[in-house]
Design a protein around this ligand. Structure first.
Ligand SMILES: Nc1nc2c(ncn2[C@@H]2O[C@H](COP(=O)(O)OP(=O)(O)OP(=O)(O)O)[C@@H](O)[C@H]2O)c(=O)[nH]1
Ligand SMILES: C[C@H](OP(=O)(O)O)C(=O)O
Length: 203
């Protein structure tokens, strides 16, 4: 069973919350590397990805360029039986995505650590996304208002999206794809015994 999977991608000025660590060009490179890892996992999980991007981007999937905001661009394509997987889920594996796609419910929501919604599956055309801010809480409310059954899909490997410097610690310690290699090649490291607070980058 294949799952049509939207992968939203900010190709224009991605990962601005990492601007203290990386130049704009490096942030675009990192975003593209994470996108490649996510697309590999989506393909291996039986997903059929469509990248919904602010600008055209070279990647292993069809690309729909849509300059509208994130929620509008996704809602325009959210036919029942569609998944949405964010492009910065650097720990996502085929196994966890197969489980997400197989989870039952009119709306399946995978929370992000910061209160966002990192991935979802929609099977009811009464549901719409409303990203940014504490979107997970908003999505629970939207689903209830639409009379949708909801499955909360709590998975560590989907809960980590790369937004802040500290998120890189999890990618360095648990990542398996191109992204941890890119970070190490860029001189990013995790000081021993320091937890998520001491991600360093050699000059
Ligand atoms: N198509 C589209 N995707 C977006 C847009 N904004 C963010 N995204 C994607 O949605 C996902 C989550 O967004 P964010 O975590 O805010 O990503 P970001 O905008 O690169 O990060 P920040 O600049 O730090 O906010 C990522 O996969 C982004 O690439 C947008 O306006 N349009
Ligand atoms: C898109 C947004 O991501 P965040 O800004 O929370 O990383 C959200 O999950 O609602």
């Amino acid at each position: 069973m294949t799952m049509r999977t939207l992968v939203p991608f900010d190709a224009t000025d991605p990962k601005t919350r990492l601007d203290a660590l990386f130049s704009p060009a490096e942030r675009r490179e990192l975003a593209a590397v994470m996108l490649a890892d996510v697309l590999d996992a989506v393909h291996a999980a039986g997903g059929e990805p469509l990248v919904v991007a602010t600008e055209d981007v070279a990647c292993d999937a069809p690309v729909a360029v849509d300059e509208r905001g994130l929620s509008d661009a996704v809602n325009a394509r959210l036919d029942p039986g569609t998944a949405v997987v964010m492009a910065d889920l650097a720990l996502a594996t085929p196994r966890v995505l197969r489980s997400l796609f197989a989870a039952s419910g009119d709306v399946v929501l995978a929370p992000g650590l910061g209160g966002g919604t990192n991935a979802l599956v929609v099977r009811d055309d009464g549901f719409a996304v409303d990203y940014h801010g504490a979107s997970y809480r908003d999505h629970l409310r939207n689903a209830a208002a639409a009379g949708c059954s909801v499955r909360e899909f709590d998975a560590a490997r989907l809960a980590l999206d790369v937004d802040e410097r500290a998120d890189l610690a999890d990618v360095l310690s648990r990542g398996e794809g191109r992204t941890p290699r890119w970070l190490r090649d860029a001189g990013v490291a995790l000081a021993d015994g320091a937890g998520r607070t001491n991600v360093t980058r050699r000059e």
